[in-house]
Ligand binder design. Structure first.
Ligand code: G6P
Length: 613
């Protein structure tokens, strides 16, 4: 969480930094700030609120300077206010720092610095670093870079940070441990950011800092990367594959809507080159080398958080059904603290859109230390999780900017389907005809999603009817149970309406008590093995006068007779039902949130990349 951007070069830093902050705002948006270095001054402006507030705040102020750092915050230590906003200063006001992550031992360092008469203005852990760096620089008479390095050897915790100093106007220092940082290498200019989005459009050459590395970026166009143990490392310059278009709304009012509409493309992109219906075959290059691990695995453990965890649940059904391997799906945050039984016969699949989720990363480290094979399914190329795994496959959903995940979810399920099919074929647990049939249907899915998107106006009309409801219940069964969870999560996240997802049959063990004529119940009742059972569950809701909105397969009549409202989706194989049936639920949440005046792309208290545990 928190977005970091820095610049040093010949251009004015401010416009580059603000543009970068807007791109990073999905990482946190409770306060923002910028520090600019001119020949004589270090100007820092910061305030509570979004980046647009910061822009108002700097109006008529001196925003000159060709070196600068900027930050958009998601509060961990200290409430979101002007003072706790980054950048933070050192005691003399000469050093400014921005930081993402948590310094776990900040209280003990703070106490020591206070004893030495350092005065703290904020409640943050970051300010401790600013003072500590200054203290070391003065007392040990070392360079800024060396002071940062020594300081980082004293801290416990996670950081992505950038430091500038009035006394060293020709360099910026960037360091990473646990919180991502990307360096953009331009012509006599450097960029540094939490992800590559602020760099796109300026340079295609990037270096991803590794943990415990720090970079000194100099105005003369030279740079050095070292470990905090003082070893020089050779930078690996990669070419960035991201275009500007992907980072803009392209005529849509919100990123979320754009991303919902991108799903036919993002699924096609995720499948491209990895399967053929005619052959028929599936080949995920990344995992082929590890196929035997899957074939000999005693079980698969899927670890993830949030929406990615819901995709993992679909993965459980797919792998058990097709590849006949037992699967457990775990919240990464629970798994990592539970002393789980895991060994070298286990295959762990870690799913993450951002590739940076702290709990998922920690769970990977734990499983790896016990000898398990770790396979990643991530969207952000070059992010931390793909680097921590043994192998994996990227979803090619493109940058997802709306905080509520949509296209990443369907791309993750697409990858899990391909993976399960590849293993099932190798294991001989799927017939040739079923294998081919599923590949054919997978290829049809993007076209079918386009059909669902045509229902947008119909779904918007439903949103109008239900926008003032205070609670929602979502029910699904089998493959569509995770879709019920995901539908409820989408509504909660962006419209702040309380919603619960439940397995349809479990409803009678509790939630049924909530049902009356005021309770909208969204039921995913598409054709498949559990269809008749779900129809019975709908009867139970109807008997209690619940207001039923059903997602049904095209041409369905049975549920239509029972439900108050229906949304039809094209018929598909049960294995692929989640990909299709989640789309109307994404649209329903989107429209309800817009009608309620909520900030769809940046819902309160949430962040897209959760880099703290
Ligand atoms: C946050 C985001 C969710 C996401 C979850 C897991 O809560 O708001 O949209 O599903 O983190 O993130 P990951 O990047 O690991 O998929």
């Amino acid at each position: 969480m928190c977005g970091i951007v820095g610049y040093i070069g010949e251009k004015d830093a401010y416009p580059i930094l603000i543009k970068g902050l807007h791109r990073l705002e999905y990482r946190g948006y409770d306060s923002a700030g910028v520090a600019l270095l001119t020949d004589h001054h270090l100007n820092v402006y910061k305030c509570k609120g979004k980046v647009s507030k910061l822009e108002e705040h700097v109006h008529n102020k001196d925003i000159s300077g060709t070196v600068g750092i900027a930050h958009t915050r998601w509060a961990t230590h200290g409430e979101p206010n002007d003072i706790n906003a980054h950048p933070h200063f050192s005691q003399s006001g000469k050093i400014a720092i921005i930081h993402n992550g948590i310094i776990e031992n900040y209280l003990s360092i703070k106490k020591e610095l206070k004893n030495r008469n350092y005065i703290f203005k904020s409640d943050t852990d970051t300010e401790v670093l600013a003072h500590l760096i200054e203290d070391i620089k003065n007392n040990e008479n070392v360079s800024l870079a060396e002071a940062v390095r020594i300081a980082l050897n004293q801290v416990i915790g996670a950081y992505g940070l950038v430091v500038i100093s009035k006394d060293d106007p020709d360099e910026i220092i960037a360091a990473r441990k646990g919180s991502p940082l990307v360096l953009g290498i331009g012509e006599k200019e450097f960029f540094v950011a939490s992800d590559a989005t602020p760099i796109v459009g300026y340079t295609k050459n990037v270096v991803y800092l590794a943990d415990e590395e720090f970079a000194v970026l100099r105005r003369d166009g030279t740079f050095t990367i070292k470990t905090i143990k003082d070893q020089i490392t050779t930078p690996y310059i990669e070419e960035l594959e991201m275009n500007l278009e992907a980072l803009e709304k392209g005529g849509f009012p919100h990123f979320m809507l754009k991303e919902i509409y991108e799903q036919p493309r993002s699924i096609r992109d995720s499948m491209r080159g990895r399967m053929s219906v005619n052959k028929p075959m599936v080949r995920l290059g990344g995992i082929t080398e590890y196929e035997n691990k899957f074939l000999n695995a005693q079980r698969i453990i899927i670890i993830a958080c949030g929406t990615s965890w819901h995709a993992g649940l679909v993965g459980e059904y797919l792998f058990e059904d097709l590849a006949r391997i037992p699967v457990e799906v775990e919240y990464a945050s629970e798994f990592r603290y539970r002393n789980p039984v895991i060994n070298e016969n286990d295959v762990v699949i870690a799913i993450s859109q951002s590739g940076e989720t702290a709990d998922t990363l920690a769970a990977i480290d734990l499983a790896k230390s016990k000898g398990a094979t770790i396979i990643g399914i991530c969207n952000v190329v070059g992010s931390s999780i793909p680097r921590a795994t043994h192998a994996g496959a990227y979803t090619h959903a493109g940058p997802e900017i709306g905080v509520a995940s949509t296209k990443a979810f369907t791309a993750q399920i697409t990858m899990l389907t391909l993976m399960a099919l590849q293993i099932a074929q190798a294991k001989g647990t799927v017939t040739k005809s079923k294998f081919q049939e599923l590949l054919q249907e997978l290829e049809n899915i993007p076209g079918k999603i386009e059909k669902v998107l045509e229902k947008n106006e119909e779904i918007k009309a439903l949103a109008e009817i239900f926008k003032d409801s205070r609670n929602f219940l979502y029910l699904g069964r089998g493959y569509t149970f995770p879709v019920a969870l995901e539908g409820a999560l989408k509504l909660k996240e962006i419209s702040y309406i309380h919603a619960e997802g439940y397995p349809a049959a479990e409803m009678k063990h509790g939630p049924i008590a909530l049902i009356d004529e005021n309770m909208p119940v969204v039921v995913i009742a598409t054709h498949g093995g559990s269809y008749e059972k779900v129809v019975s569950n709908i009867q139970e809701v109807k008997a209690r006068k619940g207001n039923i909105i059903a997602v049904v397969s095209e041409g369905d009549t049975q549920v239509r007779d029972l439900a108050n409202y229906v949304i039809e989706v094209p018929e598909t194989d049960e294995h692929l039902a989640p990909i299709l049936s989640v789309v109307p639920l994404q649209l329903l949440s989107y429209h309800i949130a817009v009608m309620r005046g909520c900030n769809v792309d940046q819902p309160r208290n949430l962040a897209k990349s959760v880099t703290v545990e």
